[in-house]
Design a binder for this molecule. Structure first.
Ligand code: PFF
Length: 463
């Protein structure tokens, strides 16, 4: 094992919080959470989502923190280092979850970096004033304009690949600087900036005449929307939002301090993440409703409805710049965290320098990403299981690899590890003994609730 990397670590409780929050906050807060909340019963969905965060999200976060902090290792190497295993041979079997984690981090990066590239290109367009023409257009012309603009961005291979390259270059530079000078510095500078930008967008949006409609779309509880599908959506979203089963939490907790309050971090991150998602919704929907547009999901919302409606407000272009800047920040910090997973793996397992590990990891992400996920790229037309490669990477990670890894992690920590070892790690060797009751609940969840719920998500996602 290479010792120098093992010494790396975050420097304070605050920077540990910001770095971990940086992995939770991402495109999901803007193009997934607000829309899913709006169509699935507003506050009713948020309550169910929070329930899953508590019974499934936080226990799995703590399980990953246990694996990461007790070994200081990457998701694959960790299974060789865990000593407190009841059946040491089982570690080898569970190592497969580490392998899945590595594949997940790469697969997610292939398409996430492409979408982040579109975000950067929209930020650039907003700065250049490309959307100013929308202000005077009627709504149907404006709808056509934003549609064409998005189709061009995505289908012009050179432009899309250029921006994906820029995104990954930034990630490369930050990661090459190291854990403290790179990841920690960037996340603890950008997270507060993101908060300020989102507050600016919220204040503007909430001053509009349709603010009430936007708020009620997002928040009004509608318990008639509770259904199996809605419950499963909430569970899947909790995984994605909290970056569970992607290796990030294992790697980052290896950089935590021995006295870091792991339970405190998991709650603070989960709650701040929900608050940011709700704030994003409050910035988006009042504006979208103001111009009579239908709230949509994903790309339609981010790259069409938002430019259209924001650009129509007085001083809208400034607001649009603020909005795409905050989205770019969210996407970038998520990618920095995710890319650290293969970097840590390469530098520890093959004993190579951090810089070389970063270059190898981001080059693979760029090459495969650029060659596969854009419709006009060389393998852009390839279909696997009737899906293009963009959807294939998304589907296999969200619906197959992440649930299986989550399940294996829950079983490993719930059954294979000595209970005492887990309790000691999470309570910082007894210093946080007051949380013992909660730690017992976490163990119950890992043994019983997580396996049952994850198997349910898994089966139902194939129906
Ligand atoms: N949690 C991020 C989001 O909501 O967009 C996505 C993400 C970040 C996934 C970091 C994985 C990861 F390691």
């Amino acid at each position: 094992m290479s010792k120098p990397q093992n010494k790396e670590g975050f420097s304070s409780a605050l920077t540990i919080f910001f770095a971990t929050l940086g992995s939770a906050i991402g495109l999901g807060n803007i193009w997934k959470f607000p829309y899913l909340t709006g169509v699935n019963g507003g506050a009713a969905f948020i309550i169910i989502y929070l329930g899953f965060v508590l019974i499934l999200g936080i226990p799995l976060m703590l399980a990953e923190f246990y694996i990461g902090r007790s070994t200081g290792s990457n998701p694959i190497g960790a299974f060789d280092k865990i000593k407190d295993s009841k059946w040491p041979k089982a570690n080898k079997i569970f190592k497969v979850s580490g392998v899945f984690t590595m594949i997940t981090s790469m697969f997610v990066m292939f398409y996430y970096s492409a979408v982040a590239g579109w975000v950067y290109s929209y930020l650039f367009k907003a700065i250049k004033g490309d959307f100013n023409v929308l202000a005077t257009m009627n709504v149907s012309d404006a709808v056509n304009f934003t549609k064409t603009s998005f189709t061009q961005t995505v289908s012009d291979g050179k432009v899309a690949v250029f921006w994906q390259f820029v995104v990954l270059l930034i990630v490369t530079i930050v990661l090459a600087k190291g854990v403290q000078k790179g990841i920690e510095k960037v996340t603890s500078t950008l997270m507060p900036v993101l908060l300020v930008l989102i507050v600016v967008c919220d204040v503007r949006a909430l001053m509009l005449s349709k603010a009430g409609e936007g708020i009620s779309f997002l928040m009004k509880p509608d318990f008639s929307k509770v259904s199996t599908d809605m419950i499963l959506t909430a569970m899947g979203l909790a995984f994605f939002k909290l970056a569970i089963a992607m290796g990030v939490l294992i790697v980052f907790s290896g950089y935590y301090k021995k006295d870091t309050n792991l339970i405190g971090i998991s709650f603070k991150v989960a709650i701040s993440d929900v608050v940011i998602s709700i704030m994003a919704g409050l910035a988006i929907f009042p504006v979208v409703f103001e111009f009579g547009l239908n709230p949509s999901e994903g790309a339609g919302l981010l790259f069409q409805s938002i430019p259209l409606s924001f650009a129509k407000l007085p001083m809208g272009n400034i607001l649009l710049i603020a909005f795409f800047l905050l989205t770019a920040i969210a996407a970038t910090t998520a990618m920095i965290s995710l890319s650290e997973v293969p970097v840590r793996f390469l530098s520890q397992q093959f004993n190579i320098s951090r810089k070389l590990s970063v270059i190898i990891s981001t080059s693979i992400m760029f090459l495969i990403g650029a060659l596969t996920v854009h419709p006009s790229s060389i393998f852009g037309g390839v279909r696997i299981f009737n899906k293009n490669l963009f959807d294939f990477f998304d589907f296999t990670t969200s619906n197959v690899l992440i649930p299986i890894t989550g399940l294996l992690t829950a079983i490993f920590v719930g059954y294979v590890i000595n209970k005492k070892s887990f309790v000691n790690e999470i309570t910082n060797e007894g210093a946080l003994a007051k949380y013992k009751g909660f730690v017992n609940f976490v163990l119950f969840s890992l043994k019983v609730l997580c396996p049952i719920l994850i198997i349910l998500i898994f089966i139902s996602s194939f129906k």
